[in-house]
Design a protein around this ligand. Structure first.
Ligand code: NAD
Length: 473
C-alpha cells in the first residue's frame, strides 16, 4: 500500500500489509501466550510494562519523528509520545488498586454462603484505531488491556503507519511484551480480519465503520467498545468572559487542525454578545499561523487525510451556497503539495447546512446566535451525535444547569475538549457517538474483565424437602 505524505502530497512510504495467514498465525501465538501472561499476575505485568515504557523512551525521538511525518505536526507528535509513556506509568499505579480482590465475604442474603469475586480478562482484544492521533489512539485501549491480562492484536490506521516501525522496535526489545502484543499492518480488510478473530473489540473511528463492526460483533457475540465521531456544540452564555472563551473555543476547534473527535464544531452565542464574540474570535483565527512554510514555526499543521480535505471543502461549499458568510479562512488550499485550511469562522449558518449537522473534522467554526438558553440547548441537542460539549459562563452553577440538559457524555465548563487532557473522568457516548463501557476512568480497565462469582456454601445445602408442598408455607 502506497502512503501519502501530508506535507508534500507525495507517496513516499510503502506499507507492507499483513496477509490473512500471517494475522491468523499471530492470533494463534497470542492465544497461546495469554494464559501465562495472565497467570503471572499484575505485578509481573507492571514490571514488563515499565520496561516497555523505558524502551519507548529509548526510541522516543524516532517515534516522534515518524509520527510528525505521518501527521505533519511536530509538537503534538512529541506530546503523543510523552503522553503514552505517562499513561503506562499511570496504569501501573491505578490497575493494582482496581484489581484488589476483596476477601471472601458472606452474602447479605444468606450469611452461610460466601462470595469470592474473580476477574477473568478477555483472552485477545482487537484494537483498531484512526489517523488523527495515531499513537495515542492506538495505545489508549491497548495499555489497560495488557495490564488486565489480555493479549492485544493492534491495527492502527493505514493513513498514518510510519510510527509503527520504531514502535515495533520498542516492543521487540521487550521480549515478554512481544509475545502478547502484535502490530497488524493494513487497511479495511486487515481491520475486518481483526474483528473476525478477537474476543473483544476496541474501535475508534467513524460512525459508519463503527456500525458495520458492531454488526459483526453482534453476530460473533463479542463486545464492541465503540468510540466514534462527534459534532460537539459550545454554548456561550451572556456573562461569559469573551477573552478566555474565544481562546478556548479557537484552540478546541482549530487545534490539531480540527482533527479531533472532541473538537468544538458548532458554536451558539447569546445574541447580546454575538457581534463582539464573532469579531474577537475572527481576529484570533486570522492570527493563527500555518506551519506550511516552516514546519517548526506556527500553530497549525496540514490536513492529514486527502478525503477529509474533500469533505471539509464540500461542507464549506454547501454552507456558502445556502447563505453562510465567511469571516476568515474559508477554503482548502494546496501549499507545497500538502492540503491546508486556515481556521474558518462562519456566520449566517443554520441546521439545514451540513456544516452544522455532519462531522467536519477540520478547523471550521460556524457560529449561530440564540435569544434564550432553552433555544441554545434545543439546538445543541439537535444532532445524531452526543460525544461532548462545552458551556461558557462566569456563573458556574448556571453553566452546570445548562450542561445537565445537554445530551452528551462529557461537558467541559469554561474550556473546550477537556476530555483530551483529563483521562480519569468516566464518560459514555450519547447518541451515535459510541457504545458500551467508557475508555476513561476506572471503566477503562474494568471493561476488559468478565466478573466471575465463586459462591461457597458453608452450611448444609438445602434438599428437595425445601420444596415440599404444604409444609412451612
Ligand atoms: P475510519 O472509520 O475510516 O477508520 C478507522 C479504522 O478502522 C482504520 O484503522 C481503518 O483501517 C479501520 N477500518 C475501516 N473499515 C473497517 C471495517 N469494515 N472493519 C474493521 N476496521 C475497519 O475512521 P478514520 O477516518 O480513520 O477516523 C476518523 C474518525 O474517528 C472520526 O469520525 C472521528 O470522530 C473518530 N474518532 C473518534 C474518537 C473517540 O474517542 N470517540 C477519537 C478519535 C477519532
Amino acid at each position: 500500500m502506497q502512503i501519502k505524505n501530508p506535507r508534500t502530497g507525495e507517496y513516499d512510504y510503502t506499507l507492507n500489509e499483513n496477509t490473512a495467514d500471517e494475522l491468523a498465525d499471530l492470533a494463534k501465538h497470542l492465544r497461546k501466550n495469554q494464559m501465562e501472561w495472565n497467570n503471572k499476575g499484575l505485578e509481573y505485568r507492571s514490571q514488563i510494562m515499565t520496561q516497555w515504557a523505558q524502551n519507548i523512551e529509548k526510541y522516543q525521538k524516532e517515534i516522534a519523528e515518524q509520527l510528525s511525518i505521518d501527521t505533519g505536526r511536530i509538537k503534538i507528535s512529541k506530546i503523543e509520545v510523552s503522553g503514552i509513556i505517562g499513561m503506562i506509568k499511570a496504569w501501573s499505579f491505578k490497575a493494582p488498586q482496581l484489581m484488589k480482590i476483596a476477601n471472601a465475604r458472606p452474602s447479605a442474603l444468606n450469611s452461610n454462603v460466601f462470595i469470592e469475586q474473580q476477574m477473568v480478562p478477555y483472552s485477545m482484544v482487537g484494537v483498531i484505531s484512526p489517523w488523527n492521533f495515531p499513537l495515542l489512539l492506538a495505545l489508549i485501549d491497548t495499555i489497560p488491556a495488557l495490564y488486565a491480562g489480555s493479549t492485544v492484536l493492534l491495527k492502527p490506521s493505514e493513513v498514518t503507519p510510519r510510527f509503527m516501525d520504531p514502535l515495533e522496535k520498542s516492543i521487540q526489545e521487550t521480549p515478554e511484551l512481544a509475545g502478547v502484543l502484535k502490530l497488524i499492518r493494513g487497511g479495511k480488510e486487515a481491520g475486518k480480519a481483526v474483528v473476525n478473530t478477537a474476543d473483544a473489540i476496541c474501535f475508534t473511528g467513524s460512525v459508519n465503520t463503527g456500525k458495520s463492526i458492531a454488526k459483526v460483533c453482534s453476530e460473533r457475540f463479542i463486545p464492541a467498545f465503540l468510540e466514534l465521531g462527534g459534532k460537539d456544540p459550545g454554548i456561550v452564555l451572556n456573562d461569559a468572559d469573551l477573552e478566555t472563551t474565544t481562546d478556548a473555543i479557537l484552540r478546541s476547534a482549530a487545534g490539531a487542525t480540527g482533527h479531533a473527535c472532541q473538537s468544538l464544531e458548532r458554536i451558539y452565542v447569546d445574541e447580546s454578545i454575538f457581534e463582539a464574540f464573532v469579531n474577537m474570535i475572527s481576529e484570533k483565527a486570522e492570527a493563527v499561523i500555518l506551519t506550511a512554510e516552516d514546519p517548526s514555526q506556527g500553530q497549525m499543521g496540514p490536513i492529514i487525510f486527502e478525503q477529509q480535505a474533500l469533505k471539509i471543502q464540500d461542507q464549506i461549499n454547501d454552507a456558502v451556497s445556502k447563505g453562510a458568510v465567511i469571516h476568515t479562512g474559508g477554503k482548502v488550499e494546496k501549499i507545497k503539495g500538502g492540503l491546508w485550511c486556515r481556521p474558518t469562522v462562519m456566520t449566517k449558518v443554520d441546521h439545514g447546512m451540513k456544516i452544522m449537522t455532519e462531522e467536519t473534522f477540520g478547523p471550521i467554526i460556524p457560529i449561530m446566535s440564540f435569544q434564550n438558553v432553552e433555544e441554545a440547548i434545543k439546538m445543541a441537542n439537535d444532532s445524531i451525535y452526543g460525544l461532548s460539549a462545552s458551556v461558557f459562563s462566569k456563573d458556574q452553577k448556571n453553566a452546570l444547569m445548562v450542561a445537565q440538559k445537554i445530551n452528551a457524555g462529557a461537558i467541559s465548563i469554561n474550556d473546550g475538549s477537556l476530555t483530551n487532557q483529563i483521562f480519569d473522568a468516566e464518560k459514555n457516548s450519547f447518541g451515535q457517538s459510541g457504545l458500551n463501557a467508557s475508555r476513561m476512568g476506572d471503566a477503562g480497565f474494568m471493561r476488559f474483565f468478565r466478573k466471575k462469582a465463586m459462591l461457597i456454601q458453608t452450611a448444609n445445602p438445602a434438599g428437595m424437602a425445601s420444596f415440599e408442598e404444604g409444609k412451612n408455607d
